[in-house]
Write a protein that binds this ligand. Structure first.
Ligand code: MTE
Ligand code: MO
Length: 399
């Protein structure tokens, strides 16, 4: 059975155009393979750090996130955001380099070929969705109605599944293209392939150089939101980590209601649950307890982080005051004065609750907390994601 003549003619014109395009070094296998490897490294780093963040935020029973090293989450989440951003120019370059290959005749040669081509749909759509939704989220832009967290998480699994299959299908091609023979062939294929392309033509080295350069530039101009010495280059990051009251950015400002409750002379921090003695402490009573100082970072899931010097009452001292034996394993929940926010509550494992640096913090840099940073008191502890550094504490519930 043969296709009608106009269709055949159309197809052969497209295929000729494709063959011409594929002669350009920007569209050859070697270029596609170099970009593919770089993207693979970014995606795997981004995926594994993303999975880790997901486990920390929604811990399954077997998972334990220790309070030390204190800055580990800061690094892993910084890497998650940086590798995601770095992947954007690489993905655009990769799509540009391989799109002529979409034209194939016959479109499907075998079952394996069909699967290989069909997998490009979740791979490409998933990658675009992940990078777009991630970038929108760090820019505080949520133009959709569905849950960012759930969709970002499940699409990541789908995309990585497709990536693993795609890599399996392409590994032989990439080996050939990246090996010595690939380099030799690329050199033989003419001046356009090397550094010295003809006038107006983009060489492979030039094209790949632009892609890597753009990727590096994106990281350089955003990583200042978490890496202090890159701060001067912070052009695009939505947060400058040194801007904000008390030299710290704010995520979620204090509402009028929270401010009123916090300023009320009737304010008490309650400690209750599985305790020997319930506590109900005024702000002055909290201030009169021995104060501990710790340098700890707020490390937000959005990729910014900033360190500050906190002072306050160690959680373990409050537990001791409430008569909780030191050797009894506990889980501690803290609850905010704020209502109706998903972040109004967080939990501490026994290790986290007993870490000497886990504080019910009353001050930053020796000054009482600014209302937006959690006045009258907030939780701050080592190696916790920002969302779990609960502000405006009302209650500590021991279980
Ligand atoms: N009660 C309450 N605590 C909260 C939040 C919130 O919305 N409500 N936001 C969290 C998030 S996402 C971050 S990153 C940190 C930011 O703390 P900061 O505003 O003092 O920098 O507070 C956390 N604590
Ligand atoms: Mo956050």
């Amino acid at each position: 059975m043969s296709a009608p003549a106009p269709l055949r003619r159309g197809a052969s014109a497209i295929l000729e155009a494709r063959d011409r395009a594929l002669e350009a070094p920007t569209h050859d296998e070697r270029t596609a393979s170099i970009l593919g490897v770089a993207l693979g490294v970014c995606f795997l780093t981004c995926f594994s750090t993303g999975l880790l963040s997901h486990a920390i935020a929604h811990p399954p029973g077997w998972f334990h996130w220790p309070p030390r090293p204190a800055n580990l989450y800061r690094v892993t989440q910084g890497l998650h955001v940086a590798t995601g951003l770095a992947a954007i120019p690489l993905l655009l370059a990769k799509l540009w380099s391989v799109f002529p290959q979409l034209a194939e005749w016959p479109p499907v040669r075998s079952a394996a070929h069909l699967v290989e081509r069909a997998l490009l749909v979740p791979l490409v759509c998933g990658s675009v969705f992940l990078l777009f939704s991630g970038t929108a989220s760090i820019a505080h832009w949520y133009p959709w109605r569905f849950s960012f967290t759930a969709s970002h998480y499940w699409v990541a699994w789908m995309t990585i599944g497709a990536l693993v299959a795609h890599t399996g299908a392409k590994v032989a091609t990439a080996r050939r293209a990246l090996g010595r023979s690939g380099r030799a062939r690329a050199r033989r294929d003419g001046p356009g392939a090397g550094a010295e392309a003809g006038p107006g033509a983009l060489s492979r080295r030039g094209f790949v150089g632009w892609a890597f350069g753009a990727s590096g530039l994106v990281v350089l101009t955003t990583a200042g939101q978490t890496v202090p010495f890159l701060r001067p280059f912070t052009l695009f990051a939505p947060r400058r980590p040194d801007l904000g009251p008390q030299g710290l950015p704010v995520n979620a400002r204090a509402s009028a209601q929270v401010r009123a409750l916090a300023a009320d002379p009737a304010y008490r921090l309650r400690v209750r649950g599985a305790v020997e003695r319930e506590l109900s402490l005024t702000l002055d009573e909290l201030r009169a307890l021995p104060q501990h100082h710790a340098d700890l970072a707020i490390a937000c899931v959005e990729g910014w982080s900033a360190s500050a010097r906190w002072s306050g009452v160690p959680m373990r001292d409050l537990l001791a005051l409430a008569g909780v034996p030191e050797d009894r394993p506990v889980t501690v929940a803290v609850r905010s004065l704020q209502t109706g926010s998903r972040y109004a509550r967080s939990e501490l494992s026994n290790d986290q609750a007993r870490d000497p640096d886990t504080l019910v913090a009353l001050a930053i840099g020796g000054e009482p907390l600014h209302p937006d940073h959690g006045f009258p008191c907030r939780l701050v502890g080592p190696n916790r994601p920002g969302v779990q550094q609960t502000k405006w504490l009302a209650e500590v519930v021991v279980a």
